[in-house]
Ligand binder design. Sequence first.
Ligand code: ATP
Ligand code: MG
Ligand code: FE
Length: 350
Amino acid sequence: PLVLGIETSCDETGVGIVRGTELLANVIASSMDEHARFGGVVPEIAARAHLEALESTLHAAVEKAGIALADLDAVAVTSGPGLSGALMVGVGAAKALAVALGKPFYAVNHLVGHVGADILHDPGAADRGELELPTIALLVSGGHTSLLLVRSLTDEVELLGETIDDAAGEAFDKVARLLGLPYPGGPQIDRAAADGDPTAIRFPRGLTLPKDLVAHRYDFSFSGLKTAVARHVERLRDAGEPVPVADVAASFREAVADVLTAKAIAACGDLGVPRVLLGGGVVANARVRTLAAERAEAAGVSLRIPPLSLCTDNGAMIAAIAAQRIMAGHGPSDLGIGADSTLPVTVVQA
Ligand code: ATP
Ligand code: MG
Ligand code: FE
């Protein structure tokens, strides 16, 4: 099926067009720059930016795909989880488009969309082979840090654990800010860390104590780590000593990469699932990638990472899940449904 997907859950306005698993267009406009001076995504600004960017993004995607809107088999949208006001813009636009075109409307779960990104293939790109299921999926971005057990892309997704405070990307952004690095902090810390010693400072690994590995085995916590970095930097500044930015960045990055990959690989072992998939903007992190590859190999687990343009928020991944739902025989969503900022991952289609 030919499906158009709209994504507006955070700061990316995404419109993607797919035919089954074939990627025809993936156009993204980001309001990231507008949030820079606030050090994080401001929901109100994100929602307004979606309103302004949606029409041109839609036209650009249709043009790129070389299709006519009348040829679409369905219109899909992220209905949750995400920022309420931001989600509402996409949901409203998708419903209007579906009604105007007389096409079925599919409301898709954003997190499942991140997993679905992996099945898309560019007509021009090398064949990556099929995504095998079940798989463990680790989704890490500015808004979420979730570990999933995915048995099927159309109905059986289980949440194993998630962050109990900050998301991993959020931690990168906050730590960058206290080191005086600009927003978004992830790429800045990654760059600074390349020249640093990851063993210079032993920062805490959240929720990895023996008792945590019982009660919070697959959960994450990054606020203690952020506080530890803040204390470390304050102590040096109070003593009038220079802050070794590269060493702090490398040690912090190591702590995040260590916990993320350790828990994901542990889930593979515990559940007997020898596959792990990564998604979300933090997957761009060089240390997360190498440590995931090393640990996956050592554990006999196969690792999949979609191209980065599909790891960050986009509309194509949403269209991909709707296409899977259509092929599995599921009907459209009710036009009465609204945005649901806390939509659970078990609900693949609202
Ligand atoms: P959502 O949570 O809804 O997916 P988001 O916009 O916060 O939305 P993404 O756009 O996928 O998420 O990712 C942005 C986040 O990824 C930011 O927090 C950014 O700092 C982080 N990030 C980007 N590159 C890197 C990197 N190289 N290392 C670490 N973090 C990174
Ligand atoms: Mg973003
Ligand atoms: Fe996302």
